[in-house]
Design a protein around this ligand. Structure first.
Ligand code: ADP
Length: 177
């Protein structure tokens, strides 16, 4: 995102974020209640660089963000080194591990690899402001909320693609100076 480029267009963050209407739903992890197996299946069925963590599927309240790479490394390490961690172990991102039955496998606690305050913008934030935030803070991705609920994600590449599209359609709407 070149600082000299002026992004003058009336789009809103909701027009650029993912998922689009036709896309599969946002891939999220819940802060508790998923097993190691379920987390692995989700990560392996997608190519995303990261996953928002939410309180629950119903609430979609944002708790944090984890990178795909950190998840895979931590699960791999735990499976090798952490006594008793198996596919059926619960993955927990909460501060305190929930009580688990004596005969259940030990939980895998991953709060330590989660970014607890990922940047967010609301869906109605004008794109020029979102672009400014990306530039000034050097972000690669940012989460999008609506009324405090997680709605989507926007990456630097999404913005660059959107800018390129506008430039093709209407070269005058972006000023390159
Ligand atoms: P990049 O955009 O740099 O390739 P990603 O690989 O993380 O970064 O994302 C690829 C596309 O998928 C982007 O359009 C992004 O908005 C979207 N995306 C990223 N993470 C998720 C997710 N957890 N669930 C759904 N879509 C996502």
């Amino acid at each position: 995102l070149e600082p000299k480029e002026e992004f003058q267009h009336s789009s809103l963050t909701v027009d650029v974020m993912r998922p689009r209407r036709s896309d599969p739903a946002l891939a999220v992890l819940t802060q508790e209640g998923m097993t190691v197996e379920e987390v692995e299946a989700l990560v392996e069925s997608t190519r995303y660089s990261g996953f928002p963590v939410v309180v629950s599927q119903e609430s979609q309240r944002l708790v944090g963000f984890v990178f795909r790479r950190d998840l895979l490394i931590s699960i791999d390490n735990a499976r090798k080194r952490q006594e008793g961690v198996v596919g059926a172990s619960q993955v927990v991102f909460t501060e305190h591990a929930p009580a688990h039955a004596a005969d259940a496998p030990p939980p895998l606690r991953l709060r330590g690899i989660m970014d607890l305050s990922p940047f967010t913008v609301t869906d109605h934030t004008p794109m020029d402001i979102t672009v400014d935030i990306f530039r000034k803070l050097g972000l690669r991705q940012c989460l999008v909320t609506h009324n405090g609920r997680l709605l989507g994600i926007i990456t630097k590449k999404d913005i660059l693609k959107h800018m390129a599209q506008i430039a093709n359609r209407d070269p005058d709407s972006i000023l390159f100076n």
